[in-house]
Design a protein around this ligand. Structure first.
Ligand code: LMR
Length: 406
């Protein structure tokens, strides 16, 4: 019956995690998946989350009922407050339709299905490059996906002029997927001034923006990283926003996120919310409870929220320290200053090394250092114990082949 089924070659990111776990070499270093590890190489349970778990344990007697299709109402309210804190009027006017989702990927999938139904002829544009799963999710929902220019390989920064020139050519109602901060995979972000220009073009050309937010607070800081959301909301544009709490609450396994659609009016938001519920029902009926409860407890308590924001800031600082330390170590052992400068210029959890897939293979096979085939590294996998070895391997590889192009 199933003889004809195609072999699955594996996911470019998640399959690496399995290979890493099966690698018996003691010195192995995981710089592949976007998973935050602390200085000891451990993915932490955040203190605010641990406290929220105790709160929930004490209340543990309630039966496990189905949540509404749109998720837990108090969680949804907290998510809106967190993301639209600086633009309270959109919230006050009930112009935002928000649902709880299965992580950021779940939000993208519900958003993709919603767009395919509401705008069946619209094409979706993603940055070149983007997170591999963006393409899988949107093509899986039946949307046609194409790239817009984004990354300049020779400078390691955003190819802004080409990006804008391209966006200006798009048909109206085209969908444009953007990363509000900590671009995945490149770590090359738009500046605030550049965001203003992008927003102006989106508005002039009547495009549909879809912001994918998984790393809020990992770039320049929590408020700073929210600039695109704030200005897009203030601009009056209607847009979609998917957000994930996997990384910023270190709650990967709970699959907790949200999809918000910022509409033109309360009436529009009600209609949109209805369609989002219908889309959820068709996909998985309703979301799970526990992760949303944890986040609700943290965000609704001033002290726990402060606690969480402080911990988030520590994660950000550690990743930045690792960026600087890796760069300094490379220079110390003789690397060309300019070749690796991208490390200290790019932001967030990732950087794009420019290593070819062959070099990435060599790093894995000869040095037990795991990167994504595109050359993306996750800075959170670095620590004081492995940074020297990683720098030496990077330099050896660069000298051997001399092809790091950034
Ligand atoms: C990543 O980009 O590594 C993360 O978002 C994890 C994933 O699901 O790919």
């Amino acid at each position: 019956m199933f003889n004809h089924i195609e072999n699955y070659a594996g996911d470019p990111i998640l399959s690496l995690m399995e290979s890493f776990n099966n690698d018996a070499r003691f010195e192995k270093v995981n710089l592949s998946i976007g998973l935050y590890s602390d200085e000891n190489g451990v993915t932490p349970i955040m203190d605010a989350v641990a406290k929220a778990k105790l709160v929930l344990k004490a209340l543990n007697n309630s039966p496990s009922l189905y949540l509404p299709m749109s998720g837990m109402p108090s969680y949804v309210k907290q998510v809106q407050q967190l993301l639209f804190e600086s633009t309270p009027s959109a919230q006050a006017q009930n112009k935002i339709a928000t649902i709880q989702t299965l992580g950021g990927s779940g939000a993208l999938k519900i958003g993709a299905d919603f767009l395919k139904k509401s705008y069946p002829n619209s094409k979706l544009y993603v940055s070149d490059p983007t997170w591999d799963n963006h393409i899988a999710i949107f093509t899986g929902a039946g949307l046609e996906v194409a790239y817009y220019p984004y990354f300049n390989k020779s400078t390691g920064t955003v190819d802004f002029k080409n990006m804008i020139d391209f966006l200006e050519t798009l048909d109206e109602k085209s969908i444009v997927l953007l990363h509000p901060c900590c671009h995945n995979p490149t770590g090359a972000d738009l500046s605030n001034v550049q965001w203003d220009v992008v927003i102006r073009v989106l508005k002039e050309k009547n495009l549909i923006p879809f912001l994918d937010l998984a790393y809020l607070g990992f770039g320049d800081g929590f408020e700073e990283d929210a600039y695109a959301i704030k200005s897009m909301t203030q601009s009056g544009l209607s847009f979609l926003l998917s957000n994930s709490f996997s990384k910023i609450f270190s709650l990967y396994g709970e699959r907790v996120g949200a999809l918000s659609i910022i509409c033109g009016s309360e009436q529009e938001a009600n209609l949109v919310l209805g369609q989002l519920k219908a889309t959820v029902r068709k996909n998985y009926s309703s979301p799970p409870t526990y992760g949303a409860q944890l986040i609700d407890v943290v965000l609704s308590n001033i002290e726990l929220k402060r606690n969480w924001l402080d911990e988030l800031e520590c994660m950000r600082t550690r990743m930045n320290t690792m960026r600087t330390a890796l760069y300094a170590q490379l220079i110390k052992i003789g690397a060309d200053k300019n070749k690796f400068k991208f490390l200290i210029e790019q932001k967030g959890m990732f950087s794009y090394t420019g290593f070819t897939s062959q070099q990435v293979k060599t790093l894995r096979e000869e040095f037990a250092i795991y990167l994504v085939a595109s050359g993306r590294i996750c800075l959170a996998g670095l620590n004081r114990n492995n940074i020297k070895r990683v720098a030496e391997a990077f330099l050896t590889l660069t000298e051997k082949t001399n092809t790091v192009s950034i």
